[in-house]
Design a protein around this ligand. Structure first.
Ligand SMILES: NC(=O)c1ccc[n+]([C@@H]2O[C@H](COP(=O)([O-])OP(=O)(O)OC[C@H]3O[C@@H](n4cnc5c(N)ncnc54)[C@H](O)[C@@H]3O)[C@@H](O)[C@H]2O)c1
Length: 316
């Protein structure tokens, strides 16, 4: 495969830095755009010294003048990960999420159309209604905008696919399930695995929102990044929506017990947004397997160990 010129928006974020790492490993030339509103330049670390890491640019996808300038570079693929990602923030401040996730995506999409750049749009499993069975959720199952975050992602997904149909723009919508691993934030705004591990290591109690029976399909971040990157390489997924997940779900109660191994250290507290909770999230990734030959490689146990090791050594 020939080396590509790629732009990664949100590339200084948690998943973004792994996508950048994988793209470099595959021999591509990589530009990174991030406004550092939630990402950190430190996440890119040694990747910036790689000979094919072309440039980090601090900028905002809401700024069209800035994007006009950036897209002069002849990109082959734009991996669009830059977004507001927090469900509770989207409930508290929907305009911020709308501006970043819908208007920001529209701006990026317009540039992709103008310069004929394939777009990989990073959506999320949070757009789905609950899994109805243990077969898992496939791409034709019902969606439900249970939060402004999900609503914004669905709006952006539709715009992306409309450019595929109306203009023939190569475009794919991908919906990874809840992703965890090294570089995810461990504070209140981080993911459940990172928060639980951090609290375990600090000798604190693990707090569960609500009854803890809600389930998640947890995808290790290197598996997620490989899926994201492959979606950009393959023409088979153009015009498609594609899921990726582990294909197994775990309740938050089970996850807490797995991590802390001591029921005394688990506490249930009132849910902060019960109205936007999705009771069961379980991924059917058979379409990704069929179109991309993608499957997860890390088990939940392996992913948790790798994440725990990282939290122990990282200065976060
Ligand atoms: N973490 C998950 O479980 C998960 C699952 C599925 C999909 N996603 C999606 O993956 C993408 C990356 O998520 P993440 O978990 O790495 O979160 P993250 O917050 O670490 O990454 C998002 C990045 O986008 C940047 N950003 C935000 N607004 C921007 C703007 N206006 N201009 C430029 N950059 C901007 C942030 O600074 C951050 O670095 C998001 O699109 C998210 O919706 C995340």
């Amino acid at each position: 495969m020939r080396a590509l010129n790629v732009l990664v928006t949100g590339g200084a974020g948690f998943i973004g830095r792994w996508v950048v790492a994988r793209l470099l490993q595959d021999g591509n030339r990589v530009w990174v755009l991030d406004d550092l509103s939630n990402g950190r330049i430190e996440n890119l670390g040694k990747l910036r010294a790689h000979k094919n890491f072309i440039k980090f640019v601090k900028g905002d996808i809401k700024d069209n003048r800035f994007l006009n300038h950036l897209f002069i570079n002849e990109f082959d693929v734009c991996y669009h990960l830059g977004a507001s990602i927090n469900v509770q923030d989207s409930i508290d401040r929907p305009k911020e999420t709308f501006d970043n996730d819908v208007i920001g995506t529209f701006n990026v999409l317009e540039q992709c159309k103008k310069h004929k750049v394939k777009i990989v749009f990073m959506s999320t499993c949070m757009v789905y209604d609950r899994a109805q069975s243990d077969d898992g959720i496939n791409e034709t199952d019902p969606v439900k905008p249970a939060s402004p975050y999900a609503g914004a992602k669905l709006a952006a997904e539709n715009m992306v696919l409309s450019y595929y149909y109306a203009y023939g723009l190569p475009a794919v919508v991908i919906r990874p399930f809840n992703t965890y691993g090294p570089y995810q934030k461990t504070g209140g705004e981080g993911g459940v695995v990172a928060i639980f591990l951090k609290n375990k290591l600090a000798g604190k109690t693990l707090q569960i929102y609500g009854d803890g029976n809600q389930t998640r399909d947890l995808l290790y971040v290197e598996d997620c990044a490989r899926f994201v990157v492959e979606s950009g390489y393959s023409e088979h997924v153009d015009g498609e929506i594609v899921n990726a997940g582990l294909g197994e779900d775990v309740s938050i109660n089970e996850l807490a017990e797995l991590i802390v191994e001591d029921e005394e250290r688990i506490e249930h507290i009132p849910h902060i947004h019960p109205q936007s909770e999705i009771p069961k999230l379980l991924c059917d990734y058979s379409k990704a397997k069929e179109l991309l030959d993608w499957e997860p490689e890390y088990t939940l146990d392996e992913g948790i160990s790798k994440t725990e090791e990282w939290i122990k050594t990282a200065k976060i």
